[in-house]
Design a binder for this molecule. Sequence first.
Ligand code: ADP
Length: 793
Amino acid sequence: MIGHGIHDLYNVQDAVADSDGLINVVLIPLAGVVVFPKMIAPLLIKREHDVAAISEAQANQATVLGVAQRDISSDKLEPGQLFSWGTEMALGRLMHMPEGGTSVLAQGRRRVEVVKFIQTEPYFRVKGRVLEEDYSPHREITALMRVTKNLFRRCVEFNPQLPEEAQVYAFNVNEPGWLADLVASTLNLLLNERQELLETCDPVERLRHVNTLLGRELEVLELEERIQTQVREEVDRNQREHYLREQMRVIQHELGEADIFQQELTDLRKRIDASTMPDDPRDKANKELARLMMLPPMTPEVGIIRTYLDWLLDLPWQDRPDDQQDLRHAANILDAEHYGLPKAKERILEHMAVRQLAPDKMRSPILCFVGPPGTGKTSLGKSIAKALGREFVRVSLGGVRDEAEIRGHRRTYIGAMPGRIIQTMRRAGTTNPVFMLDEIDKLGVDFRGDPAASLLEALDPEQNNAYSDHYLDVSYDLSRVFFITTANYLDTIPEALLDRMEVIEFPGYIEEEKLSIAKLFLIPRQLDQHGLADHGIRFEEEAIQIICREYTYEAGVRNLEREIAKICRKLARRVAEGRPTIKRVTPKSLGKYLGPPQFIPMLTEEEDEIGVATGLAWTEAGGDIMAIEVTMMPGKGSLMLTGQLGEVMQESAQAALSYTRSRAAQLAIDPEEFDRLDIHVHLPEGAIAKDGPSAGITLALALISALVQRKVRRDVAMTGEITLRGRVLPVGGVREKILAAHRAGVRTVLLPKRNEKDLTEIPKRVLKELTIILVKTMDEVLEQALLSEKDPE
Ligand code: ADP
């Protein structure tokens, strides 16, 4: 419905009232249309008679009255089916439509109320009363009109069906009734609402009514607009993304990257299909691959997923080379590569034997090799792998504090990686390697979790068939792995871990053993590695002995091997320079190759002294000897300790002091003396705090020596804990300590009586060269080690 009449379109006079004040006009029924005064609307005239009536009126230059039908469905029109108010209209030219019917453009003139029908056949003619519009200007009306115009302006803005000019027309209308009609004709209203507006005679009231309708319309329009904007934004975004993606595809295509990426995806697919993974990880891999395919190749996530898939695919899942089952062959390998170590070798062969008999029931044992460095733990592990025909891998746990290092980081972390166990399994490349975990006694524990706990899970045969690594996120079967852990000490290994392992001790070697190892293994190997195997070079036995004694000081043979390597390098250089080959390495030539001796067995040359006693300590490197020194000075009876002393050592010192006080009379010490002297105890380097108590008798001896001013025999070394009453209690690490004493050239060792059983572990040869005296009380210690003559000073 268009319509905004500023001026009259057609040159037709309004009907003139008769003497009764009514006009006499032809009535044209309108189907679904209400024409407002001054507004223009196209009409469709259906009835033939109406067309004829219009023609007649036009011939007379007369207006007609358009009245809306209440009901447009019925064919037969009766006066009662028409509303009683209509609009006097001027009509344009009749136009016959090709599809039938006649159309005509009408412009409203005035509101007319039908008073009576004076003709109904063949068309309607009525008498009607013209409504003369009237109002008196008022501020409220001006305001109302302004509001209406504003609302209307917004309506026009929102409604694309309304031409921009409509707003301009409205702006120029200065009568409330006219403005109401103008706006009403543009609004989307029901027929009844339109008719109601037509029948509202008071212009101001009509405008108010229109205003309400306008507000409603505006709300709907705004809502529509909002919805449309949302839809548009959504569409825009999708289009934008699509557009960018397309561009990226083209760029990548140009660069050849898309093809590479596609190729990679295909490769991954093939690798997953070809892999021997169990269902779980396979599902996972497929899922990740599906995600990968959805991503554009440049996103950072692509790298993360790809790395993850690589891990899954690179891990060994199933392949399992047949274990070597031949026991004799295995025994040969172990013997061929290692001297001695009967217990360890025996245990491996037992394991293999059981495996042969009950292959399925057999769980892999978890061995724990404990001993000082250089005693062959690692190299025996390698031999075991060789004997079993398996891969050998090793990982060090020294200093690991973070649980994530063992068990990995979740993939949500940037740069996340699997933990060391899974990393090492990938390195192994098979599911059943010999897996060595070094230094489990040096695991740390802190706020980042307890690495031992995750190790437990890996080592526990009950649950390690489904080991979980945070990064991997699928369980991994470790049950076929042959785990070997190594440690220098047992006491710092977490109890729960220790429970699961079978401990095999690697004691330090005595000199005789070292000589054999050097002759049979180290020297041939070093000569071979230095390309000297065929030069007929021989190390004299005495030379090796001197290397052991004067150039190394250790429980194992690591440094011995290093010194031998040093000599080999020098010899190889001579050969390379074309100088005559040296065939023999003699004691005399050692200085030339190795420089002056590093360790001189000093003890035997050491003088006996007051307040200095020789103790035996159990250290990281095996055993060691240490001198404990005590001095006195005038003071108030305080006790001071320096050097590497722990709390335990404090207690030992206190115990020693208390014992000495209680024996003051027998020892001929003036009891007053204790309060007049400050006592200073010093332990030189090397002695470790953990084994503190075993220094008890040594400390007491040095203390008493200082108090009674009698010298102590330096060639007597001792170990033992002391009680307040002077009893001597047993200690640990006896074998290591006695070997250390032997190495150091000590003649006599004082050992707690209750350690007698440990002597069975000491090589016969060592026992032959040492005098071992078993003591039960401190008195016996004094008897053996304290010299009788008083110092002349
Ligand atoms: P660990 O792991 O106990 O610190 P290694 O296994 O590294 O010690 O041993 C150090 C070196 O000593 C290796 O070259 C090893 O072959 C050699 N070795 C140690 N014990 C023996 C032995 N019983 N027989 C032959 N070689 C040995």
